[in-house]
Ligand binder design. Structure first.
Ligand code: ADP
Ligand code: MG
Length: 631
């Protein structure tokens, strides 16, 4: 082993960069945090090609004096703390003095800045950590940081970057998180000169949530707030019907800093226990404020994780606050006095009537769920249901004549635990009177058990079928066969359906219009982040266009960079099939069961779902005989 040597500064910076800068979104985060620390009331973020080619963050903050510009990009140089003791009272987002140095090391960096007491600004240009020039320049008060060619000198990192779409999605998420933590700041994001987010400053968190995720969600939010000594919790949690498959919509802010905390996330899930199925994640926007002394923010290079002095107590506060809102029976008569006194929610356009109704709904639903399950057991699988598997066109693409003219307003059976929809046939609340008279129902060729498995007889034994896995496989094979022959047959909607997306989803949808068209989904911009769906795949008409569109966009966003077309399609088809297939927990009527069995004969690989999980298990007669000691 060679002797020990001190590393050159540029290597030290590259190591630091490795920790702080993972992808374009990390740069965006650091630069926006600097703008916030500089007291900016407006931040404009512009990126090109997912941030790989360019990231520009412009703010109207205090600016950097010309004679400090060079220091700003030096490592461990900061204006935010002076002594080690300051580490325990951090009131700014940054304090490590490493971000700009790290960014400068692995990019082409240009900073233009002017302070209010100076007539001219100064411009600094750094290339791979080497300062090229500092010159005076004319510019408004504030700072513009331009970062080009990310990772140009660290090819390994560059190779790990994902597709433009994916990187843009990360950037938008980052901007959204910061925007939620600082609603009063005017924030914009553009991608390739196209506006993605436009968020005027507001005192009202709910306004900002609406601007980012749509009015519908914002209006379904339930305010929560509490105080425990100097610790204040304030925010909103969503009605369980908004729950998602992922936890990305769980926001936690500590003193203006977006953080992640497993412990508190667990508390949130606990609060929703019994209100959601296992595959659902609650939505929450929660802000914590506490004196900086009660928390150590210096435990993580990007400061996304922090350490609380009394994590256990905080867990209790969060769980208790939300649970109280959800589960006390008298919450139907009590308005959120605490929340109303809060300045932020006092400005909110709350309709107490509506709020009351939402609360009542949750309680009723939680109570009704029990009855529903009991009734379902009694009805034992012979009640009618609305899932038109039996009407699904054949793999050859039957005439769409009998298809729904529009899917608008069709009940979304996304989660079997969702509150029963009044428009739906009594799928969720079977009652003895609701049964089909036995002599009218076709002979059932399989028995549905636990609303998720079908048990049927085969020539040589007994087959147990996972209804979701099998239907998913059938749809997937049908989609694949069809797309091999050209664009998927699509079904024109009589009335185009406006679908509210998040701004990011809308951008992704519009940037991938051609691919969507091949999948039978035609979309058009419709102002803001709403897109208009004109047609959708005829094979998948059991699912609402909006839901399908979101699933496809999610699949696109997760795909790696430069993935080949066939693989991309595969992935998208998988997610379409999964989304449209009957779910575990859905009760099927005899027609539907028979149609499913019938179709399983017509497709390849019906024994496994497209993800490779088994869809069918066979117990041969010999095996059964053996188990029962008949041989
Ligand atoms: P830190 O934020 O941890 O102090 P950075 O490397 O991010 O370290 O920034 C170094 C210094 O540059 C900051 O302490 C601040 O004084 C100055 N600075 C960076 N960005 C801005 C900005 N947008 N406006 C004003 N000052 C800035
Ligand atoms: Mg910083």
């Amino acid at each position: 082993m060679p002797g020990i040597k001190r590393l050159p500064q540029s290597v030290i910076n590259k190591i630091a960069a490795g920790e702080v800068i993972e992808r374009p979104a990390s740069v965006v985060k650091e630069l926006m945090e600097n703008s916030l620390d500089a007291g900016a009331s407006r931040i404009d973020v512009a990126v090109e090609k997912g941030g790989v080619d360019l990231i520009r963050v412009a703010d109207n903050g205090c600016g950097i004096p010309a004679d400090e510009l060079e220091l700003a990009v030096a490592s461990h140089a900061t204006s935010k703390i002076e002594t080690a003791d300051d580490l325990f009272h951090v009131r700014t987002l940054g304090f490590r003095g490493e971000a700009l140095a790290s960014i400068a090391e692995v990019t082409h960096l240009r900073i233009r800045s002017r302070t209010a007491d100076s007539d001219v600004g100064a411009e600094l240009f750094v290339e791979g950590g080497i300062i090229r020039q500092i010159v005076p320049c004319g510019c408004p008060v504030g700072t513009v940081v331009e970062v080009r060619n990310l990772f140009f000198n660290t090819p390994v990192r560059r190779k790990f970057l994902r597709s433009t779409t994916t990187e843009l999605a990360h950037i938008s998420e980052t901007v959204a998180r910061i925007a939620l933590a600082h609603p009063q700041v005017h924030i914009t994001l553009t991608h390739n000169d196209r506006p993605v987010l436009q968020l005027p400053g507001t005192d009202n968190l709910l306004e900002r949530i609406a601007a980012l995720y749509g009015r519908e969600l914002a209006e379904g939010l339930i305010p929560v707030s509490s105080e425990d000594g100097p610790v204040r919790l304030f925010g909103y949690v969503a009605h369980p019907r908004f729950a998602r498959r992922h936890a990305k919509m769980q926001f936690l802010f500590l003193n203006g800093r977006p953080i992640r905390d497993r412990n508190l996330q667990h508390a949130l899930n606990e609060a929703y226990r019994g209100l959601l199925t296992v595959d659902r994640q609650p939505i929450a926007f929660l802000t914590l404020t506490m004196p900086p002394e009660l928390v150590d923010v210096n435990v993580h290079p990007t400061k996304q994780e922090v350490r609380f002095l009394d994590g256990g107590r905080l867990y209790g506060q969060l769980l208790g606050t939300i649970r109280k809102e959800f589960l006390t029976t008298d919450l139907t008569t009590r308005l959120p006095a605490g929340a109303e006194s809060d300045q932020q929610s006092a400005n909110a356009p709350h309709d107490p009537q509506q709020e009351l109704a939402i609360r009542r709904q949750i309680v009723d639903w939680a109570k009704g769920e029990l009855d529903r399950q009991r009734a379902a057991i009694q009805a034992a699988g012979v009640s009618p249901s609305s899932h038109p598997i039996s009407e699904a066109p054949s793999p050859r693409g039957a005439s769409p004549a009998n298809a729904h003219p529009t899917v608008r307003g069709e009940p979304q059976t996304e989660s079997p635990l969702e509150p029963p929809q009044t428009t739906a046939p009594p799928l969720g609340r079977p009652s003895p009177q609701g049964r089909l008279p036995i002599d009218q129902s076709p002979p059932i060729r399989a028995l549905q058990v636990h609303n998720r498995y079908l048990v049927t007889e085969s020539e040589d034994g007994v087959v147990v079928i996972d209804q979701h896995a099998l239907h998913e496989r059938i749809l997937y094979e049908q989609l694949r066969q069809n797309i091999a022959q050209g664009p998927l047959p699509s079904q024109q909607l009589l009335i185009p359906e406006p679908v509210d997306l998040t701004p990011v989803e809308a951008t992704l949808a519009l940037e991938n219009r051609e691919l969507l068209a091949e999948l039978g989904l035609t979309v058009e911009p419709f102002g803001g982040s709403t897109v208009l769906v004109h047609s959708y795949p005829a094979l998948l008409r059991t699912i609402a266009p909006g839901e399908l569109l979101r699933a496809v966009i999610a699949a696109l966003g997760e795909s790696p960079r430069d993935v080949d077309r066939t693989m991309l399609l595969e992935k998208v088809l998988h997610s379409m099939a999964c989304k449209a297939a009957v779910k575990a927990g859905e009760q099927l009527n005899p027609d539907e069961i028979n149609a499913l069995l019938e179709q399983s004969r017509q497709v390849l690989h019906s024994h496994h779902c497209p993800h490779g999980r088994p869809a069918m298990l066979v117990f041969t007669r010999e095996e059964l005989d053996r188990y029962f000691h008949r041989t």
